[in-house]
Structure formats: C-alpha cells, structure tokens
Design a protein around this ligand. Structure first.
Ligand SMILES: *[C@@H]1O[C@H](CO)[C@@H](O)[C@H](O)[C@H]1NC(C)=O
Ligand SMILES: *[C@@H]1O[C@H](CO)[C@@H](O)[C@H](O)[C@H]1NC(C)=O
Ligand SMILES: *[C@@H]1O[C@H](CO)[C@@H](O)[C@H](O)[C@H]1NC(C)=O
Ligand SMILES: *[C@@H]1O[C@H](CO)[C@@H](O)[C@H](O)[C@H]1NC(C)=O
Ligand SMILES: *[C@@H]1O[C@H](CO)[C@@H](O)[C@H](O)[C@H]1NC(C)=O
Ligand SMILES: *[C@@H]1O[C@H](CO)[C@@H](O)[C@H](O)[C@H]1NC(C)=O
Ligand SMILES: *[C@@H]1O[C@H](CO)[C@@H](O)[C@H](O)[C@H]1NC(C)=O
Ligand SMILES: CC(=O)N[C@H]1CO[C@H](CO)[C@@H](O)[C@@H]1O
Length: 353
C-alpha cells in the first residue's frame, strides 16, 4: 500500500522533472526511460537503475549465451546477476535479434525469426518507464503507475523488501539455478491464513504440503518482507505483524529478497552492494531438513536418497528417466525390461521417502 503511494508520487515527480528539464541538459543520472527507447541482447541489453545495480532487460539463461529472457535482475557482484523476476518465464527463450521497445501503447517485443513474434505488452497512454534502486520497474502514464511487476504483480519466485505475497498468491520456484522457467515447488499464502509449500501440480491439500507456517485460522492476509529483512505475517487490517518468521536485521545498507529456490527451500537473502557479499539469513524448511522429505524433489516412478546430504533421484526398476539430463524429471517404463526387481533393489526401495 505504501509503495503504491510511493510510486504514484515518483511517477508524478518524474513527469514534473521531465517538464522542468526540457530544453535543459539531461541530469547526470536519471532512471526515466523515454518513449521509443529500445533494448536488444546484442546492442544495449537493458535499462539500468541510477546505481547501475538493478536492470530491466534481456539476460542470458539456461546456461546458454544465445537464449535470452526478459526480466529484472540485480548485478550482485561483478559478472554475476541475480534474477528477481522473469516475464513470460514459460514462453521459451528469445534470441539475439529480439528487440523490446517502449511505446505509448506499452512494451513491444519484436523477434524477426519467428512468425508470431510480435507480442505487444499492451497498456494505454504510456509516457515513460523507470527502474529504481529498489528493483522496482514501473511503466507510467502522465500521472499514474500503469504497471509494476511487484505490487500486485505477476510474481515468479521472489519478493523484495517492502513487498507482499498477498492472499491467494503464490511463488513458483525456478526450474534450476540457471533456468528461470517454472520449476517444481510453490509457496502459497492461503485464504485459510496458512502459508504453505507444496510441489507444483498438486491441490492445496494438507497431505501434499511439505512445510507450513501453521497459522491456519489466525486471520493472516499477507506475507511481507520489510526493509530490515524481516519476514512477517500480517492480517488485512493491522499494521503490526501477527507472526514474525525472522527478526529485523540491525545492519543497514543491505538489500533483501526472499526466494523460493529451485530446490524447494524458501530462503531469505541479504545483498551487501558495497562488499558484494550475498548471505542466506534464514531458510524454510531449515537447511538441515532431509531433502528427500521435500515432496516433489523426485518425479513420478522414482525414489529419493541422500548422497553427501544432497538428494539423488533414481528410477524404480524397469523405468528410465523421462528427460535423461534431468534426474528429477521422473521416470517412464522401459518396455524391453519388465522383470521383477531383484532382492537388492527391493532393499534399496525401503528407504524411499
Ligand atoms: C528451461 O527449462 C524448461 C523446462 O524444462 C525448458 O522448457 C526450457 O527450454 C529451458 N530453458 C532453457 C533456456 O534452457
Ligand atoms: C561490487 O560490484 C560492483 C558492480 O559490479 C563493482 O563496481 C564494485 O567494484 C564491486 N565492489 C567490490 C568491493 O568488489
Ligand atoms: C559469482 O557468484 C558465485 C556464487 O555466488 C561466486 O562463487 C563467484 O565467485 C562469483 N563470481 C564473481 C565474478 O564474483
Ligand atoms: C505441471 O503441469 C504442467 C502442465 O500439465 C506441466 O507442463 C509441468 O511439466 C508439470 N510440472 C511438473 C514439475 O510436473
Ligand atoms: C480481511 O480478512 C477477512 C478474513 O480473513 C475477510 O473476511 C475480510 O473480508 C478481509 N477484509 C478486507 C478489507 O480485505
Ligand atoms: C515482530 O517483530 C517486531 C520488530 O522486532 C516486533 O515489534 C513485534 O512485536 C514482533 N511481533 C511478534 C508477534 O512477535
Ligand atoms: C543423474 O543420473 C545420472 C545417470 O543415472 C547419474 O550419473 C547422476 O549422478 C545423477 N545425478 C543426480 C543429481 O542424481
Ligand atoms: C528526466 C531526464 O533527464 N530524462 C532524460 C534521461 O536520459 C535520457 C537519455 O538517456 C533522456 O532522453 C531523458 O530526457
């Protein structure tokens, strides 16, 4: 709520500033992106915040330098980006010839090598866009924020300081550390006041859950991450938290985010943008949790066991990985082999989580 007012003000002031600056030399640093500006992976891949640490634009993903996605990221240390949000994460990658342009009708994405490549990100009467040192990226008309990825936004796997995961909203983990398409886990702020983690493609049933805040019926409407790195649960009427998941961090000058990581653990991170250190401040469930107890870690027809505390997925006898490169993809039957499992294999199966 606060941030909406903040954005309203910034849009208004922005417009004001542009009006004043017309005919005057451009300010040293400014985060206003004028209409008709464009970005493209090969030339100018992104629009940057004043500090240069936050950006909206094309980033390479999936371990390839030829596949790009559009999103918001943090330059967390020299040469390393931390992706905070991805647009159309499940639409497949874009290529080097893609161009994103800010026009009065929104963000237009063009890609020459695909027939259906023109995907306008439709809005009306756009006058500018801005990216801030808070990670906010907003598109404005003359006076209002028309679009903001955070509030209430099309979130992916992360919330930033000052933002909420509202009632009935959920975060969905990324596919892997380097691929930000939808992955295997979700964190949901339920209508019944419980904050719960499930594998994706399950209904909201207790039996499917692998973690919960245990606050059902406690009149909780949102999970919030504040500017001091405190994760708290709030009712929809009070400005004081009903439950704290973490406490305020006393150190200042840190940027916080909370991410449902690809391994199904929801982690609170701090980023020190001076020393460029990233730290994990809290984890839910706890890091010491047996990873095989995180439901959904291994796919269908496979079982999970720990090797050096990390989960490994093996197919049941007579099955092979659906995707040979991804053990967690689950397994399908091999029709050439329908022999019964051997006694040894049966023994191993007893440790199935
Ligand atoms: C990311 O993973 C998804 C799901 O397996 C896949 O469809 C997509 O092609 C991958 N993206 C990249 C860039 O490898
Ligand atoms: C931290 O990262 C920024 C951005 O890449 C860089 O300019 C700065 O020199 C780095 N600071 C340290 C202490 O490495
Ligand atoms: C990038 O981050 C990784 C993991 O946090 C770290 O090991 C690596 O040193 C970083 N690279 C640079 C260039 O800072
Ligand atoms: C979930 O369901 C969707 C749609 O059927 C499918 O594309 C996706 O692969 C499933 N995800 C997992 C982890 O099974
Ligand atoms: C607040 O939450 C309660 C139950 O959680 C709901 O009945 C009520 O309509 C909500 N009020 C507002 C203003 O959203
Ligand atoms: C949560 O933390 C804040 C800040 O430390 C504190 O004021 C508040 O009393 C705590 N709330 C609960 C329910 O513990
Ligand atoms: C995935 O499966 C391959 C082949 O079965 C195996 O060599 C590899 O160690 C497995 N990796 C993980 C993380 O389970
Ligand atoms: C308000 C302001 O100064 N806006 C400028 C920001 O920088 C671009 C060029 O990068 C100018 O076109 C804007 O006028």
């Amino acid at each position: 709520m606060c941030s909406a007012i903040f954005h309203l003000l910034t849009c208004y002031l922005l417009h004001f500033a542009i009006a004043i600056l017309q005919g005057v030399a451009a300010a040293q640093t400014n985060n206003s992106i004028p209409l008709e500006s464009s970005i493209s992976p090969s030339m100018s891949p992104a629009w940057f915040s004043p500090s240069g640490r936050f950006a909206f634009g094309f980033y390479p993903d999936g371990g390839s330098d030829r596949d790009f996605y559009v999103g918001v990221w943090l330059l967390s240390s020299p040469g390393n980006i931390t992706v905070l949000w991805t647009q159309n994460r499940d639409n497949g990658p874009l290529h080097e010839d893609a161009v994103m342009k800010l026009t009065s009708s929104g963000l237009e994405l063009q890609q020459n090598d695909a027939a259906d490549s023109f995907i306008p990100f439709l809005l009306a009467d756009v006058s500018s866009a801005s990216i801030f040192d808070s990670g906010s990226f907003v598109i404005c008309d003359a006076y209002h924020v028309l679009w903001d990825w955070e509030s209430p936004g099309p979130l992916t796997d992360t919330i930033l300081s000052g933002h909420d995961l509202g009632s009935e909203s959920e975060l969905v983990s990324s596919f892997s550390e380097t691929n930000h398409s939808s992955g295997r886990f979700r964190l949901k702020m339920q209508l019944d006041s419980n904050l719960v983690m499930y594998p994706v493609n399950t209904s909201d049933k207790r039996d499917d859950a692998y973690w919960s805040s245990d606050t059902a019926g406690k009149n909780i409407a949102r999970l919030n991450l504040n500017d001091h790195g405190r994760l708290s649960l709030y009712s929809n009427i009070s400005q004081t938290p009903k439950f704290n998941l973490t406490s305020d961090n006393l150190r200042s000058g840190l940027f916080y985010r909370a991410t449902l990581d690809f391994d199904g653990i929801f982690r609170l991170y701090s980023h020190d943008l001076v020393s460029n250190q990233t730290k994990v401040l809290a984890s839910f469930p706890d890091e010491s949790t047996d990873r095989c107890r995180i439901k959904g870690t291994c796919g269908i027809n496979s079982y999970c066991y720990l090797r050096h505390e990390l989960p490994v997925c093996n197919c049941l006898p007579g099955f092979v990985n659906i995707d040979v490169d991804v053990n967690s993809s689950g397994c399908k039957q091999t029709f050439s082999n329908n022999a019964c499992p051997s006694a040894d294999e049966m023994k191993e199966l007893r440790s199935v989580a």
